[in-house]
Ligand binder design. Sequence first.
Ligand code: TMP
Length: 217
Amino acid sequence: MAEKLTKGIFITFEGPEGCGKSTHSRRLFDEMTSDGMEVVHTAEPGGTELGARIRDILLEKKDIRLGEVAELLLFEADRAQHVAEVIRPALEEGGIVLCDRFNTATFAYQGYGLGMDMDLVKRVDRAATGGLEADLTVLMDVDVETGLKRAGAYSAGDRMEKRAVSFHRKVRDAYLRMAGDEPGRFIIIRVSDDIEQTYKAVREAVYGYIERNKGTG
Ligand code: TMP
C-alpha cells in the first residue's frame, strides 16, 4: 500500500478506449456535489492550462512527429503540473479528487502498450507525481473492439485511438493484470450496454469506498 501523503481521497478512473469513464465520473461528480461533498473533477491529459496545450499536441496534432520518449515525457509533464496545481492542493484541503486517468494509464499505454522500459517509465512518473498514488482506481473494463467502435476510432480517432487493435489489446490486458496485482486499490467494473446499471456499479464502488475511509486520512 502506498504511503498516504494527504488527508483527502484520490480516486482515479481508468480503462481502454470507449469505456465511458468520463461520462460516469462526471455524473458522479454532480451527484457527490449535490450531496454536499467537497469534490473536484479533473482529467489527464489536460487538467491545467499547460495540460490543455500538451493534450492538443499528444492527441490532436496528428501531423507532429512524436517519438516514444517524447510522448512519455509529455504525458508526465502534464501530470507534474496537474499534481502541483490541482490534485495535491485539493487533497491537502481534505477534498475528494475524481480524476479521469492518472499514472496507471502511462504504465498501460506507454509501458505495456508501446513496450517501453518500465523502470524508466516508473522513474519519470515518480518525478512527476512526487510519490502520490491513487487511493482507489475504478477500472472500467470493455472489449477492445466494442470500446474502439464507441470511441469512433475507426472513423475520426485521435492519435491514440488510431493505433492498431493489437496495441489496444495490450493496453486492456495490462490494465487487468495491474488490477489483479493490486486488488486493494482497484475495483473492476465491467461496462454493460445498460448505462444505468454501469453507473450504479460505479456509484456503489465510490460511495462505498468513501464511507469506509471517511476520516482515516
Ligand atoms: P481520453 O481523455 O479520452 O481518456 O484520452 C486520453 C488518451 O491518452 C487515451 O488514449 C489514453 C492516453 N493516455 C496515455 O497514453 N498515457 C497517459 O499517461 C494518459 C494519462 C493518457
